[in-house]
Design a protein around this ligand. Structure first.
Ligand code: BG6
Length: 502
């Protein structure tokens, strides 16, 4: 797909048009914890269109007041909010249609409709089809618009994701579908592209000639958090790597897009996914390892092991930690190992991308008996945002002793405004109609195609007594070091970034 240089892009975002936002799953956790507060903040910051209405849709009887009781909302917000008890049977959708028409007349709202599916994924296709059959989806040639926002997971493997895309595309055009990956809404993730393509110093060295390896790591303190119904049949690989970490990988390694339009950027991400070397599961050292947490301590509190948690199948084989070595077989990245990992119930919360540059030759300051550390750039994505450039410098004094030092850029030192919440950013983008930070169908399918063999392999080979293989509150399984090559014996110690940019 090509994009014209004058298509809407990151710089020329149109103003949001008046619209109605319909949230299916309107009495659910995601809506109450994330979506309504994000919309409230957008209204407070005056980013919402002048005239808008939110219709939270759910099956249970509910009062709007109850739904808004979990957070503080700006004054007047409740006038833009209502709850509609209905379902997605033909009668239920007819009730919704009627309500949208009444709102259109009473509140003078155009028929611009954003449908947000905050419901379990097995309902996505049914809701989309019910909206289509109920006459609620407008074609692209109309003056007003319909858009649908879907949350991950988009399927549980390649076949189911292809089927889901087919079903959605039988109702909506691809340009009307907004697949959310909330990591793309994180400020520091958006800055990856700016860092690479708005600075002249880094791009020339952003390749196999200068870079030794790339590590992308996400550590969570949280465990499965009562989500066993979903997580126990999903696992970490599907939950975090297939989407969030793959998206970060693409932004770190893609070629410069021809323009800053959504399709040009998404096209470059797709090319990275097309260049991933197929996983050789027989390889030694292995390309991937998995882990599951046992009991332990988080913030000094005892926590249960994964298998002891409510709703988890007895002797569950589900991984709560995954680490992989990848290769991108293109000219820029040939033979640069890329390591990605993510785990629950680890000893810290943090997400980082670390680029390690090649070792100096064994001469001058790095000659025998002296070891100069490899330069690194760390992108700190959360819980706070920053970029650290790790350098070697001379210690003050008469002798030539060297030290590892770091130049730190912290968002919170540099800017007064705090980073916008990912959901705020993404909801506004969907209202505006900017798909740049959403995922296209080919991106999800390529990512599934790449991971499918590993998913199937792990499903076939059960871990039995080898799980759990790490204690809660520790660093994850020792086996994660088995995937490292090129003389690397350990992962970067990511905890050293904890005290920076606090
Ligand atoms: C979600 C996963 O997509 O991302 C969760 O389903 C995970 O399992 C969460 O905890 C992590 O998001 P964040 O923004 O807290 O890093």
């Amino acid at each position: 797909m090509s994009s014209m240089p004058n298509s809407p892009n990151i710089f020329n975002r149109p103003a949001p048009e008046d619209c109605i936002i319909v949230i299916f799953g309107g009495s659910g956790d995601l809506a109450k914890r994330k979506l309504f507060p994000a919309l409230g903040n957008l209204k407070f910051k005056k980013h919402m269109p002048k005239n808008f209405q939110i219709v939270a849709v759910g099956r249970k009887p509910m009062e709007s007041k109850e739904l808004l009781s979990m957070s503080d909302y700006p004054s007047g917000f409740s006038e833009h909010f209502e709850y509609l008890q209905t379902d997605y049977t033909p009668e239920g959708i007819a009730k919704l249609k009627e309500r949208l028409e009444v709102l259109g007349t009473e509140k003078k709202l155009p028929a611009n409709h954003l449908f947000y599916l905050a419901i379990p994924p097995d309902g996505y296709a049914d809701v989309a089809m019910a909206l289509r059959d109920g006459g609620l989806i407008q074609s692209l040639d109309q003056k007003t618009w319909s858009r649908i926002v879907v949350e991950k997971p988009y399927g549980s493997d390649l076949a189911t994701s292809v089927q889901l895309n087919k079903n959605l595309l039988s109702c909506f055009d691809e340009s009307q579908i907004y697949r959310i990956d909330h990591y793309l809404g994180k400020e520091a993730v958006q800055n990856l592209m700016v860092f690479r393509f708005a600075n002249s110093v880094f791009e020339p060295i952003w390749n196999k000639n200068y870079i030794d390896n790339i590590q992308i790591s996400n550590s969570e303190l949280l465990g499965n958090e009562d989500r066993a119904a979903y997580f126990d049949s999903s696992g970490l690989l599907r939950d975090m790597l297939q989407n969030h970490l793959m998206q970060i990988l693409c932004l770190v390694t893609m070629e410069p897009p021809v323009t800053l339009t959504a399709d040009a950027i998404r096209g470059e991400k797709v090319k990275v996914l097309q260049c991933l070397r197929p996983l050789d599961l027989q390889l030694e050292p292995p390309v991937a390892v998995r882990g599951q947490y046992g009991k332990g301590k988080i913030n000094d509190k005892d926590v249960l092991g994964y298998r002891e948690e409510k709703g988890v199948k007895q002797g569950s084989n589900t991984e709560t930690f995954a680490a992989m070595r990848l290769n991108i077989d293109n000219f820029r990245w040939a033979d640069v190992p890329i390591y990605i990992r993510s785990g629950k119930r680890l000893g810290r919360k943090g997400a980082e991308v670390v680029i390690t540059f090649k070792q100096l030759p064994r001469i001058l300051f790095n000659s025998a008996g002296h070891n100069v550390a490899q330069n690194r750039i760390c992108f700190k994505i959360q819980p706070t945002e920053g970029i650290m450039l790790e350098l070697t410098s001379k210690n003050p004094g008469q002798s030539f002793e060297l030290s590892d030092t770091s130049m730190n850029f912290c968002y919170n030192d540099q800017f007064d405004t705090s980073a916008a919440d990912a959901y705020e950013r993404l909801l506004l983008d969907a209202v505006i109609g900017d798909p740049t930070l959403f995922v296209r169908s080919d991106e999800t399918e390529l990512s599934w195609a790449y991971l499918d063999p590993l998913i199937k392999h792990w499903e076939k080979t059960t871990m039995g007594k080898r799980f759990p293989n790490y204690d809660s509150g520790q660093n994850g399984p020792d086996a994660q070091n088995d995937i490292l090559i090129n003389g690397l014996r350990r992962w970067v110690d990511f905890s050293k970034y904890d005290n920076i940019c606090t």
